[in-house]
Design a protein around this ligand. Sequence first.
Ligand SMILES: Cc1cc2nc3c(=O)[nH]c(=O)nc-3n(C[C@H](O)[C@H](O)[C@H](O)COP(=O)(O)OP(=O)(O)OC[C@H]3O[C@@H](n4cnc5c(N)ncnc54)[C@H](O)[C@@H]3O)c2cc1C
Length: 410
Amino acid sequence: MSIRKIAIVGGGASGLVASIAASSKGSKVYILERLDRVGKKILATGNGRCNITNINTDITRFHGKDKSFINETLKQFDVPATIEFFEKLGVKCKIEDEGKAYPYSDQASSVLDVLRYEAERLGVIELCGCYVSQIKQKKGIFEIGIKDKEKLAVDKVIVAAGGKASPNLGSNGSGYDLVIPFGHKLIETFPALVQLKLDAPFLKALKGVKFEGTVTLGLGNKELQRESGEILYTDYGISGPPIFQLSRKAGEQLAVGRKPWLTVDMFRDFEYEELMEVLRKRMANACEKPLDFSFVGLINKRLIPILLKASGVIDIHKHCKEVSEEELKNICHKLKMWRFEVIGTQSWTEAQVTAGGIDTKDVNPNTMESKLVKGIYFAGEILDVDGDCGGFNLQWAWSSGYTAGKYASE
Ligand SMILES: Cc1cc2nc3c(=O)[nH]c(=O)nc-3n(C[C@H](O)[C@H](O)[C@H](O)COP(=O)(O)OP(=O)(O)OC[C@H]3O[C@@H](n4cnc5c(N)ncnc54)[C@H](O)[C@@H]3O)c2cc1C
């Protein structure tokens, strides 16, 4: 019997793991990667440290139309299996805050190195600079069309081409066009784990102001999500880990034409009344000081004139003794609940992941095989699956990649 040939479109996280799973079961595996090297995105993950997985992985941390599909696939190659897999390859994991797992080396490059080493050891053929432009099926054989190169004929194909996020690292949405002709549907995509654009005229002046705070996303009278952590104002809006966590929900609303709001609490350690007391005391202790100067040491200096003007104070240099209780309440309100309209997300270039993707209803969650065309498998972000920030997206890439590789080879 001849050896089964498998082509993997995309040498990212899911494609590399799929190649190892498939070749360890005896198949001849080709990785077709459009860039000049595989795994470029892995190098950028976790700020260069690669947040490889999360020991608190559960279905609530994932998004997509069909959560039970995601759950089934995660069970096929779960977090303990993933940690064991990487330990065998040489990457020892350490667990940090909120269950995030990183390699002990603190280097994303070590994750890529061991994956490539193992793939090479198993005889996987890495073909870089191969932009796959078409997949055709003829008499049970798949013909893979590659731009400016010869076609490749294989028995099975794993589409692991990623979504649209961070196209400079490889995934540019071209994977969707490869499978739509086979009848697969695309669930509308939008950038996730990304910064938010706010509607405020003074953002340029606030650029770079950083603080620990809490942000709340809402729509109409309803609070949608609340997150805390380091927040950063930028010239277009707002960034930081809590913003990334909210961005998926904000994107969902924006995609259907709704304008959600965001409130920012810059003093999350103080209740409103406690903060009022702090402000009253500061006014009383510095009654001859100019109002704007009285905030020095409490908030970032660049924030002071903007905060005071946004709170309706006309003369921001007046003496503290002249400040009314009403004005103080307005200032306190802004410090605890500054409200902005969210007018968009940053683009695909800045996004870490893709929300939406190929509809999972046409894919078998236990094998990752297409239900429409036998012999086509899916792995990773190309599917309508995305996770929160914290190692969940890579876990999806490992789980789906391993499952696709294993079953494509069986
Ligand atoms: C800056 C950044 C930091 C991140 N940090 C983390 C983190 O710490 N933890 C975490 O869990 N997640 C993180 N993520 C998300 C995570 O990296 C992705 O979800 C994951 O890499 C997706 O893997 P994938 O294999 O599905 O797709 P990708 O990694 O995008 O790989 C797809 C590959 O396919 C290739 N390709 C695309 N189209 C074609 C084609 N037509 N022909 C040939 N090749 C093609 C691309 O060049 C690419 O190499 C981060 C993402 C970014 C951008």
